[in-house]
Design a protein. Structure first.
Length: 461
């Protein structure tokens, strides 16, 4: 007799093995890294912007699964939509019909960017970028893609070709023809366009790595330059889109910016079913899908599946009904303004920047000799260790989950669920203030941990 599958029993029996299972069968460096920095927690459940451990302790999530959990975890509307679509027993992914949910989600997504006409659905942000790169090269007949230094657009081979971090690219060449230009440098962009072989510039309106925003007017001027040279503008809104920056799309902070292709993913999933989308102008899709012979020239096996489409529709409904974009702008403004006030108070705090609920906190070389000597010790071992020294006590002492915003960066990035409230924002600022007080007053535990990180950095060389 076949034994019935019991997920709850399986988790109860084997859940405690989670770190050992990863070490044995998955990326073995992940549990090692988590244990080194004291992040090897066991979270039992989650709701909204909070986790709880087995002892009932509450943790504030300021990471949102790398911006996937835009509505937080287990939003009831998204959960109900998924229950409904499963209970409907739809004839999904037949491949020889036109189901309604993809069309409805495409229609709704396009309503937020009326200059765009069509959508391709894949399964992730990197797939959305891959689609945009392919479509841009085919539509223009040109091979080269421009991207910005420090950019992150994904880790599959095409998106890796426009990744501005050598640490991700090393060892994976040859990649697509590409050239990096500094974010905001129109002269560098113009020089590359003069060669006549550029298909597109792909750009994050606010870069995830370091939280660097495109200068005011840059996107519009870049768009004009690109179109003058018959090249396209691709806006990567995988992290910045769907309300993250206080607008539905981050490019909407600049008047007159109308990208030819826009990539979204992450928050569109509701945190449940992976989904990515590439929105584009009609003429681009008409070129790619130019005949019935080319109907499958670009497709995805799980693209447009009913569960993903239902989740996306539910997410957009919640965003409208609960005014999520306005909340991101208001709470993000409160959070940023309170953090900006601390810059003059702490010499280790160099800058606070960002929009909405995408905020970067940058640390820098202090003035006083006592702190400068400690800072120099960390920098000599590995840049980014001080930011990690801040992230760890935020979790260990204050039960707040954050991240360092990229390798070798002294920047913490805040990308919490867009549903956080003023109380959550104040909780973070109060905890951050205590950690910074500790650092400036020579807090032994924090700097002792810094020495541990130094030893680990040296050992890894």
């Amino acid at each position: 007799m076949t034994k019935e599958f019991d997920l709850a029993a399986l988790l109860a029996e084997r859940g405690a093995e989670r770190y050992e299972l990863h070490a044995r069968h998955l990326n073995h460096q992940l549990p090692r890294m988590l244990r080194t920095i004291g992040f090897d927690k066991v979270y039992e459940r989650a709701e909204g912007a909070h986790f709880w451990d087995a002892d009932g302790n509450d943790y504030l999530d300021m990471l949102a699964g790398f911006a996937v959990m835009g509505l937080g975890r287990h939003h009831p509307v998204v959960r109900k939509a998924l229950h409904d679509v499963l209970d409907a027993s739809l004839a999904d992914l037949t491949r020889f019909d036109c189901p309604p949910l993809p069309g409805l989600l495409a229609e709704k997504l396009l309503s937020y960017s009326p200059h765009l006409d069509r959508v391709f659905f894949g399964n992730s942000g990197t797939e959305a970028v891959e689609t945009a790169l392919k479509f841009a090269r085919y539509a223009t007949g040109r091979p080269r893609i421009l991207y910005c230094t420090h950019a992150f657009h994904g880790l599959t081979t095409g998106s890796l070709s426009v990744n501005g971090e050598d640490g991700f690219r090393d060892g994976f060449a040859p990649l697509l023809p590409d050239t990096a230009v500094p974010l905001g440098d129109l002269d560098a962009l113009a020089r590359e366009l003069e060669h006549g072989d550029v298909a597109a510039l792909i750009v994050e309106p606010i870069q995830g790595k370091g939280v660097h925003e495109a200068p005011p007017g840059y996107l519009r001027a870049a768009q004009e330059l690109l179109h003058r040279h018959k090249a396209l503008l691709i806006a990567d809104e995988v992290q910045t889109g769907l309300g993250r920056t206080g607008r539905f799309y981050a490019f909407q902070h600049d008047d007159g910016v109308e990208p030819d292709l826009v990539c979204v993913a992450k928050a569109l999933s509701g945190g449940y079913v992976p989904v990515g989308a590439t929105l584009g102008k009609d003429w681009i899709f008409q070129k790619v899908y130019s005949s019935m012979d080319r109907v499958q020239v670009h497709s995805a096996s799980f693209g447009s599946n009913a569960q993903a489409m239902a989740a996306g529709l539910a997410v957009l409904s919640v965003m409208e009904n609960e005014e999520i974009v306005a909340n991101a702008e208001a709470v993000g403004g409160r959070l940023k303004s309170r953090l900006v006030e601390l810059v003059d108070r702490y010499e280790l705090l160099a800058d606070v920047r960002g929009r909405g609920l995408m905020i970067g906190i940058e640390f820098g070389r202090p003035r006083s000799l006592r702190l400068r000597s400690r800072w120099t010790m960390l920098q000599a071992a590995r840049k980014g260790l001080f930011a990690q020294m801040v992230v760890v006590p935020l979790l260990q002492r204050h039960r707040i989950l954050t991240q360092v915003s990229g390798d070798h960066l002294e920047v913490i990035k805040l990308i919490p669920p867009l549903i956080i409230d003023a109380q959550d924002a104040d909780r973070f600022v109060d905890a951050f203030t205590e950690v910074m007080d500790d650092a400036h007053n020579g807090g032994g535990l924090m700097w002792d941990f810094g020495k541990t990180l130094v030893r680990q950095a040296v050992a890894n060389r």
